[in-house]
Write a protein that binds this ligand. Structure first.
Ligand code: KG4
Ligand code: ZN
Length: 342
């Protein structure tokens, strides 16, 4: 089974071709970073227009890189939400047109499910597993028992962790996009210089909160001596605090997951923030302490890409979970509203 995947929900236009033996035959991403950088964030209108400019060429190149034509495909999958609606419309309409013209099954993939199932593409992880999904818009702990089958253990009460990285970067004067810039600055910083709060630490449950941490960084940074290390030290101190907050909540989730899934023993981390090396290390250490297997996809498959959408399409097509040409893109689409195999 060979599937074309399309991803257009935020600021990367992406196309990929993936086979059901888990091989990625092509995987292209056109980042719009340069177009959004002057505004310090993603501008939805610019994003949608840029997707429209690039998607046809990317699909064409994805086929050529894989040495294939449309006739070699068994289906087409595109992100159907959640995300910026203008972009999702562009990707979904492209997929619908391809499906219609070449008589292929269509899969409207939930972007979060794309992240959630990536570890099955990269590491053949079996269900069930515990998932920490950390991206620009989401911060959730979920038990995953099959495609479409998610039980949410916790979510953020305010900001997503990626958002906290992005906002911290902005107030430290680091370049856009914030997550990688904070990680880079933190490398030469002292993580013990500032004692930032570890939000929710020690409390029961699996919810997160990051707005207090962000506010503490702002307040402390302004009051601090502006020496040559202050930015790196603040970045490192922030990253360490965020890591401890994630570890603390994930530890509670492991406990619950273990009680509900006696044969489950895997912690998976996914989403753009999972590209962060420090967070991968501390979560890996937690898993070791808890005698869990730890799986983090390679960084390029943590941030937005179309291989994960193609793979989720493969998983859904195998179960007969296809969509019709009247599928309506969904700007909001929580993981507990997915169709599952009956
Ligand atoms: O999954 P993703 O690419 O897009 C969404 O679905 O949101 O995640 C983007 C988020 C951004 O907040 C970005 O700053 C963050 O992931 N991010 C990182 C790193 N790379 C990307 N955060 C921390 N460290 C990184 N290396
Ligand atoms: Zn994403």
């Amino acid at each position: 089974m060979i599937i074309l995947g399309i991803e257009t929900s935020c600021d990367e236009t992406a196309a990929a071709i993936v086979r059901d033996d888990r091989s990625i035959l092509s995987n292209l991403v056109n980042s719009q970073l340069d177009e959004h950088r002057p505004y310090g964030g993603v501008v939805p209108e610019i994003a949608a227009r840029s997707h429209l400019d690039h998607i046809d060429g990317l699909v064409d190149r994805a086929l050529r890189d894989a040495n294939m034509e449309f006739d070699d495909l068994d289906g087409v999958a595109a992100t159907g939400g959640p995300g910026l609606i203008g972009g999702v419309l562009v990707g979904m309409m492209t997929a619908k047109a391809i499906a219609l013209v070449h008589t292929l099954p269509l899969m409207a993939v939930n972007h979060l499910e794309g992240h959630a199932l990536t570890a099955r593409l990269t590491d053949a992880v079996e269900f069930p597993y515990l998932l920490l999904l950390v991206s620009g818009g989401h911060c959730q702990l979920l038990s995953v028992t099959g495609p479409g089958a998610y039980v949410r253990y916790g979510t953020t009460l305010d900001d997503a962790v990626g958002e906290a990285f992005d906002k911290t970067a902005k107030l430290l004067g680091l370049p856009y996009p914030g997550g990688p810039a904070v990680e880079q600055a933190a490398r030469s910083g002292n993580p013990n210089r500032f004692d930032f709060p570890r939000p929710m630490r020690g409390r029961p449950g699996c919810d997160f909160s990051f707005s207090g941490l962000k506010t503490a960084v702002a307040r402390t940074f302004r009051a601090a001596t502006q020496d040559e290390n202050v930015v790196a030290d603040a970045a490192a101190s922030f990253q360490t605090a965020a890591g401890e907050a994630l570890v603390d909540r994930t530890r509670n989730a492991i406990e619950r997951f273990r009680a509900e899934n006696p044969n489950g023993d895997t912690l998976v981390v996914a989403g753009g923030v999972a590209a962060n090396a420090h967070l991968r290390t501390v979560l890996g250490n937690l898993a070791t302490d808890e005698e869990f297997r730890f799986v983090a996809p390679p960084p390029a498959l943590c941030t937005d890409n179309a291989a994960m959408i193609a793979w989720a399409g493969i998983e859904r097509l195998r179960l007969g979970l296809t969509d019709t040409l009247d599928f309506a893109p969904r700007p909001r689409w929580p993981l507990n509203e997915l169709r599952v195999a009956s």
